[in-house]
Unconditional design. Structure first.
Length: 342
């Protein structure tokens, strides 16, 4: 329901099982359709995108009965949630141990899979990537039109922090706004800094109200939801990316911000932090429940304690290898090794 998909991007054989969004399908329909495809296609290996859907459990059972290899993709990490019910953890562990291999999306996901009982030799790290080359080239284009973009979206500050994502409780924007308020109140040099929020969601009205209550209307800009390619506009007019999430399995926006040459300030609940953020080199990590820790990090950028240009270059260098081709290579290696293992 996020909008139409450009199917021309997918240059490989594929079949769409439902011409609707996921929430409009039932477990019974998903299970029936998936099993029908498996019976007709007869794959050697099946990749399951997680364990949270009951339909995937039926697929797992079917594959085991028909002696087909199963690989589960695991995006989450043990820091992604504060509390995890023991029964749910037991079921997760049972699921991934029953699968023949795990594709862990990053270092933190691999450690979590091991803690749940998966054997280390059956876990393959497959890095989550986005089309960072497109994002980078788009950002370079928009940097030639910064004045025009700022005028169009009424972004009046010379320097800006930027957030990209849903405006919803798990993204922890309330803490970000409050930390920004404390920064403005305590540091005179922050007058030239603004905060740009790109995205939409169920908490937008509450966050807008908080901005009004704190008197930040001239400092915080709500852009709303924009097409993916247009996100680069806002990286182009910003200096530092911030992701304050309380829950974030990875955070592909971190990849994209780094590809656009931004230092990144990332919650330690996000999987991307453990692979992409080198503290003090291309950004900082922080505890998302500690507002004042975030204030102090933001202050480092405002007062010039860190070298912005060096951090920007470091971000671009670190993210250089996080491209779809390399992820495809990692997946193919994992698939081949799983197929030959008894």
């Amino acid at each position: 329901s996020l909008g139409k998909v450009d199917l021309s991007l997918h240059q490989y054989p594929f079949e769409i099982l439902f011409d609707s969004n996921y929430e409009e399908t039932s477990v019974l329909k998903r299970t029936t359709r998936l099993l029908r495809v498996l019976r007709s296609f007869k794959p050697n290996v099946v990749l399951l995108p997680g364990y949270n859907d009951l339909a995937y459990w039926f697929v797992l059972v079917y594959c085991k009965l028909t002696k087909r290899k199963v690989i589960v993709v695991m995006e989450t990490n043990e820091f992604d949630k504060e509390k995890r019910p023991l029964m749910k953890e037991f079921l997760k562990g049972f699921f991934i141990k029953t699968c023949d291999a795990v594709f862990a999306c990053g270092t933190a996901s691999k450690k979590y899979a091991e803690r749940l009982g998966a054997k280390s030799e059956r876990i393959f790290i497959v890095h989550l990537t986005s089309d960072t080359e497109v994002m980078k080239s788009s950002c370079e284009h928009w940097r030639t039109r910064v004045v025009e973009i700022k005028r169009e979206y009424r972004i009046f500050k010379e320097h800006n922090f930027v957030y990209v994502g849903r405006i919803s409780p798990e993204k922890n924007l309330k803490t970000l706004i409050e930390a920004f308020y404390e920064l403005k109140r305590s540091e005179e040099r922050s007058m030239d800094w603004g905060l740009v929020l790109v995205g939409d969601g169920p908490q937008r009205k509450d966050i807008e109200q908080l901005v009004v209550e704190l008197g930040l209307q001239k400092d915080v800009v709500f852009v709303g939801g924009v097409p993916w390619r247009d996100v680069a506009k806002f990286y182009a007019v910003s200096d530092v990316f911030v992701l304050p999430s309380l829950s974030e399995p990875w955070g592909l926006v971190v990849n994209e911000a780094m590809a656009c040459g931004l230092p990144v300030v990332v919650s330690k609940r996000a999987g991307a932090y453990y692979d992409l953020v080198k503290d003090g080199i291309n950004g900082f990590g922080f505890e998302p429940t500690d507002k004042y820790q975030l204030v102090e990090i933001m202050k480092k950028f405002v007062i010039g304690f860190v070298d912005l240009d060096m951090m920007k270059k470091a971000s671009e260098e670190i993210i250089r290898s996080y491209i779809p081709q390399n992820s495809a290579r990692e997946m193919m290696e994992g698939i081949m090794r799983t197929m030959i293992r008894r």
